[in-house]
Design a binder for this molecule. Structure first.
Ligand code: GUN
Length: 286
């Protein structure tokens, strides 16, 4: 091809990869002699959380998982929430517990996560599961980073020895993803808001994952030719459209492959939650 001719990035279709994973998980659930249970706890009425929780409940139900959503008012005390979590820990029908974040400001998130039985922690956020991952051992792995790894695998991206950059050091995505990429033998940079020459760091990456929650922060000239770009961001603009953390239009002309928003990482998160629920059920019930 002519050097000056811009190749168009391959689009990594998260909906298709997620549909395949869900079908596989549904088949495995159908073959079980019991029904796995998932409990989702939502405190307060954060609009985005309402949407996410409804999607999780619906997706679980359609694949034969007994899902229930426990909705608590924003005024719920930390002690009351801890009582609910401990009740779910003790409930033999519940294999997976997910406490939707963010929690209202008067509740200490760490105290709540600490209370979840690690064997039922389908979000992979308890210190036990986070610690296992950091130590290069596998417990239950957070759903979004797990989904990113499955997308990279489905796209045939060779990670061993590759320069991978994760933009964003959140507990939910950036930190666990850096650990997973390290376990896959990538050379990992974990960049964040205090990183010097962020654009230059990004340009060196062969695999770039953006998970900062800032609309179109990653510009076209931050991305190397032929880089693989995974966009975890879901940001609503003033005009109401959804955009990622990557300026898709500026990047798609020269990246090697890129995920769309929506339809990239988003569907993978829920598919991985369902798989984690099955994994927890199989582990707990022998
Ligand atoms: N809020 C946004 N994403 C997530 C997630 O993956 N898990 C939980 N618990 N809360 C979230």
């Amino acid at each position: 091809m002519n050097e000056s001719m811009a190749a168009t990035a391959r689009i990594i279709d998260g909906r298709a990869v997620a549909a395949a994973l869900r079908a596989e998980t549904a088949a495995r659930v159908a073959a079980l002699p019991f029904t796995p249970g998932l409990a989702v706890v939502l405190v307060g009425d954060d609009a985005a959380s309402q949407v996410y929780v409804r999607s999780k409940d619906r997706a679980a139900t359609t694949m034969g998982i007994a899902a229930r959503t426990i909705r608590l008012p924003a005024t719920t005390s930390q002690a009351e929430l801890l009582t609910v979590v401990r009740g779910l820990n003790d409930d033999a029908c519940v294999d997976g517990i997910l406490v939707q974040l963010p929690l209202p400001g008067h509740i200490a998130t760490a105290a709540v996560l600490d209370a979840i039985d690690p064997a039922k922690d389908v979000d992979g956020l308890t210190p036990t599961n986070a610690g296992l991952l950091a130590a290069g051992r596998r417990g239950l792995v957070p759903c979004t980073p797990l989904g990113v790894m499955k997308l990279l695998a489905a796209a045939g991206v060779a990670l061993a020895g590759a320069r991978a950059l994760v933009l964003g050091r959140s507990v939910l995505v950036g930190r666990p993803l850096a650990a997973l990429l390290t376990a896959a033998d990538a050379t990992v940079t974990l960049a964040h808001s205090r990183t010097r020459d962020l654009a230059g760091e990004c340009r060196r990456a062969e695999v770039l994952v953006a998970a900062v929650g800032r609309a179109e922060m990653v510009r076209g000239d931050w991305v190397a030719r032929d880089a693989v770009v995974i966009d975890v961001g879901i940001n609503r603009t003033a005009s109401g459209t959804l955009v990622g953390d990557v300026a898709h239009g500026e990047v798609a002309g020269h990246a090697g492959a890129i995920t769309p928003v929506p339809g990239g990482v988003g569907p993978m998160t829920i598919a991985c939650l369902l798989e984690n629920t099955l994994t927890a059920a199989l582990t707990r019930r022998g």
